[in-house]
Every structure is written in structure tokens, then in C-alpha cells.
Design a protein around this ligand. Structure first.
Ligand SMILES: NC(=O)c1ccc[n+]([C@@H]2O[C@H](COP(=O)([O-])OP(=O)(O)OC[C@H]3O[C@@H](n4cnc5c(N)ncnc54)[C@H](O)[C@@H]3O)[C@@H](O)[C@H]2O)c1
Length: 430
């Protein structure tokens, strides 16, 4: 119809009865229709000389007649195919060659062949589309899981992986083919993380214990090596928390119940957990890292932007999280040249875990001597204040999954030439 209208428009613009039939629409190319209209079977070439016998001049009524012939000729055939042989054709049919009549309700041979070809074409098309889809899916999977997971065949200890960033790292590592040792002081949570990984088709064990206990560190390395058939490839030093206090507080304020200034215990506890424990764990695992079997080995230490920029109330944590960056560079230089061990740190800013949740939610950890340390940030302060994200380029905190993804990235072969570096996720260092 659209073509007919287009032709009409051409005709109108050229004046009545002056339409040159320039170019032949698909509808009018059908052999037979031309014969019926007294035209030649061959299609015309545009532009054509008006006098050429091969390009006869058509009037408007010629075109209408051709259209009618076309409809009369094809509609019954199409209807028969669609309606299973029911002849719905009406109007003044002007058949050119009488089509072979098929008994009502049946298709003639030509229709059958046509239908079969259509079906075969559609099937071939669908098969090609399915093949292309499968190829694309395999390509994407290949990129994501190279060769069978970014960490296929590797054995990884992740400390503090009972929840938060560590638990997400454990899940992502297992998803990429690593055998994961879930280490945490909270046995129930560590077991749950390992169980979930195993249920999802991954491979993990929980080894619960306190990073501040040197005996636990020995057990952790021993069990990890057993689980890894004598190999350990990755350590993520992630276990930690904050225990804040200002350096100095007026005696009057202390008397009035505004808390204490930072105590020696606070100071020593945080440095022991964030510096001494990672050092002892790495030292304990040295025999599994100082090897020359050609397999990748790396250590990732979790730092904080408090250790990069400082943060009021976190003298202990700021020092510890800065110190771990120094330890990172030392390990890279001691174990890189001969053994190819990579060591990097990541300084997180504001990640949504219980450490940055409202203190009022009541999360706490217990020190080895039984003291309870409240975790979180009081509502309205620090990361809980309205302008908390103003110095974050993305103006939002990160999720534990986003934080864990950067740990995975650093552990993966995609970063095989990155060592001795500190990545800073989130807070501006632009
Ligand atoms: N959340 C943040 O915004 C943020 C920012 C910067 C750095 N970090 C660092 O990221 C790491 C993970 O923190 P998170 O936010 O996931 O906290 P989280 O409290 O959710 O998880 C920390 C885990 O460490 C475990 N843990 C604590 N002390 C331990 C000990 N003595 N022995 C064994 N396990 C112990 C806890 O049981 C807990 O499961 C920490 O080192 C933290 O300092 C966090």
C-alpha cells in the first residue's frame, strides 16, 4: 500500500496520466503479473527513456489494476496456507493461470513446498541465532572465568571472613575457583560462610580463632596447607575493628562522663590486631610462599583511609592502618625478586558493614581478656553525619561486595604485575 501511495504521490507531482513506472516494486516483479498487465517479465531499469519499449508508460488505473491482480492472485494462496485451505478470497479475481486446485482443506504441492521451505528457513535462522547466542555466552564466561575461574586451583586464607568485607571476599574467591579458608574469631559466622560456599558448589573450610593468639595462627596455617594439599597461594589480612578515643581529654570532661582518652590497652590492642597479627601470620606461612613452583602467590593487606589521611579519634587505628602499608612494601621487596610473591594493600574509606553502622545498633567484639568493645559510629557523627560522603568522589559509601571485588581484582592474574602498591578505594585522593 505504501508503495502504491508513493507511486501516486509521484504521479500527482508529475501531472495526471503522466506517471512513468520507474523502478519496479517487489509486488509487481512477480512473473505472470507482468504478463497479465501486458508488460514484460523483466524488471525495468531506472531512469528509463520514455520511449523505450522495455519501459512502458503506466497510468494510474494501470497501477490500481496491477495491485488488484496482485491481491486476487496471492490472497487466496496465503489464506489457504494460513487457514488450512479455507478460501477467503473475494472480489473480482482475475487469475492469470488457474492455480492447480487442491481439494478443500488440503494444500496443493506448490503451497506445501512453499510452507516447508519457510519452515526450513525459520529453523535454520533459529539455529543460527541459538549458536550465536551460545558462542557469545561462552565468550563472556571465558572472560569472567579464565581459565576456569580467575583463582582456579589456588588456596586462600581470608582472615575476618565471618562477615562484612571478608565474607564477601570469601564468596567471590570461591566463585572464581579458589579453595577458601574462612578464618574468624566468631566460629558460628565462619562456619555459616564456609557452609554457604560449599552449598553453592565452591570449596571452603572454617578455621575459627583469635588473630591475637599466636597458637591460633600456627593452627590456621597448618589447616590451610592440609586443605590445600600442601599449598597456600593467597593471604588476605582483613580481620580488624576500630577502638576509638582521642589522644587527650580534659579531666573535667572525663569526670562529667564524656568518655576516656585513649588508653594503652586500646593502643596496643589495635596495633596488635592490625600489624602484629598479619606480620606473624605471614611469617608463619613463609614456607608456603617462599617456593619456586611457578604458581602465583600474593598477600593483600587491608588498610584504611584513616591510615592515609588520618582521622580524629583514631590515633591507634591510623597508625596501624598506615603501618600495614609499610609492611606491604617490605614483603613485596623481600619475597618478590626470588619467589615472585606479590604484596599489595587496599585502603578502604567508607564501606557499609557493622563497623560503619550506627553504634546504637549494639554490635561489639570481645578482647582476649573479655572486655566488650562497642562497634559502629554514633548517629550524627563521622560517617553517620549528613555530610559524611562529601569527600567521596562517588558521594556514596561502598558496599562490602564492591570492597571485596577490589580484593579479588588484586589477587587475580589481571594484576600479576602489580606489587608493593596501596590501592585506595573510595575517599578522594584526586
Ligand atoms: N567498613 C569500613 O568502612 C572499613 C574501612 C576501612 C577499612 N576497613 C577494614 O576492613 C576490614 C574488614 O572490616 P569490616 O568492615 O568488614 O568489618 P566486620 O566487623 O564486618 O568484619 C570484620 C571481621 O573480623 C573479625 N575479627 C575481628 N577481630 C578478630 C580477631 N581478633 N581474630 C579473628 N577475627 C577477628 C570479626 O569477627 C569480623 O567477622 C578491617 O580490617 C577494617 O579495619 C573497613
Amino acid at each position: 500500500m505504501e508503495e502504491m501511495m508513493t507511486n501516486r504521490r509521484v504521479e500527482e507531482s508529475a501531472g495526471p496520466n503522466a506517471l512513468k513506472f520507474r523502478g519496479t516494486s517487489n509486488r509487481f516483479r512477480t512473473s505472470g503479473l507482468y504478463e497479465a498487465a501486458g508488460a514484460e517479465t523483466k524488471t525495468s531499469v531506472s531512469p528509463a527513456p520514455p520511449s523505450s519499449p522495455k519501459h512502458p508508460t503506466f497510468t494510474n488505473s494501470d497501477i490500481d489494476e496491477l495491485a488488484q491482480i496482485h491481491l486476487d492472485f496471492h490472497l487466496p494462496r496465503i489464506s489457504k496456507v494460513i487457514m488450512g485451505g479455507v478460501d477467503r478470497a473475494g472480489g473480482k479475481a482475475k487469475p492469470l493461470k488457474a492455480p492447480k486446485k487442491a481439494p478443500k482443506g488440503e494444500m496443493d504441492e506448490e503451497d506445501k513446498a512453499f510452507l516447508e521451505k519457510q519452515r526450513a528457513d525459520a529453523k535454520a535462522k533459529a539455529e543460527m541465532a541459538a549458536k550465536a547466542k551460545a558462542q557469545r555466552a561462552a565468550q563472556i564466561t571465558g572472560h569472567l572465568n579464565y581459565p576456569k575461574g580467575l583463582l582456579a586451583g589456588q588456596v586462600a586464607i581470608i582472615t575476618g571472613s565471618g562477615q562484612g568485607i571478608g565474607a564477601e571476599a570469601a564468596r567471590l574467591f570461591a566463585n572464581e575457583g579458589a579453595k577458601v579458608i574462612v578464618s574468624d574469631i566468631d566460629a558460628a559466622k565462619a562456619n555459616a560462610v564456609a557452609e554457604n560456599i560449599n552449598k553453592s558448589g565452591g570449596s571452603a573450610i572454617a578455621v575459627a580463632g583469635d588473630m591475637l593468639d599466636s597458637e591460633y595462627l600456627k593452627t590456621l596455617v597448618k589447616k590451610a596447607a592440609e586443605f590445600g594439599d600442601g599449598k597456600i597461594h593467597v593471604i588476605v589480612n582483613n580481620a580488624g575493628y576500630t577502638w576509638d578515643g582521642v589522644i587527650h581529654k580534659d579531666a573535667l570532661l572525663i569526670t562529667l562522663g564524656h568518655g576516656q582518652q585513649m588508653t594503652d590497652k586500646q593502643w596496643e590492642n589495635i596495633i596488635a590486631l592490625h600489624n602484629t597479627a598479619p606480620f606473624k601470620l605471614v611469617r608463619q606461612a613463609a614456607p608456603f610462599f617462599r617456593v619456586t613452583d611457578g604458581e602465583p602467590r600474593c598477600i593483600i593487606n587491608i588498610s584504611s583511609t584513616s591510615g592515609v589521611h588520618g582521622n580524629a579519634g583514631q590515633a591507634n587505628y591510623g597508625l596501624a592502618k598506615s603501618g600495614i602499608n609499610g609492611l606491604t612494601k617490605v614483603i613485596a621487596k623481600e619475597w618478590g625478586p626470588k619467589f615472585g610473591v606479590r604484596c599489595n594493600s587496599i585502603a578502604f574509606g567508607h564501606i557499609l558493614t557493622r563497623l560503619t553502622a550506627a553504634k546504637e545498633e549494639g554490635a561489639f567484639v570481645t578482647t582476649p581478656d573479655g572486655e566488650k568493645i562497642a562497634l559502629g559510629i554514633p548517629n550524627g557523627q563521622g560517617a553517620k553525619s549528613p555530610d559524611a560522603n562529601n569527600d567521596i568522589p562517588l558521594r556514596r559509601p561502598g558496599t562490602a561486595t564492591e570492597a571485596a571485588s577490589s580484593i579479588l581484582a588484586l589477587a587475580s592474574p589481571l594484576c600479576s604485575y602489580i606489587t608493593g602498591q596501596r590501592a585506595t578505594e573510595n575517599r578522594a585522593e584526586l
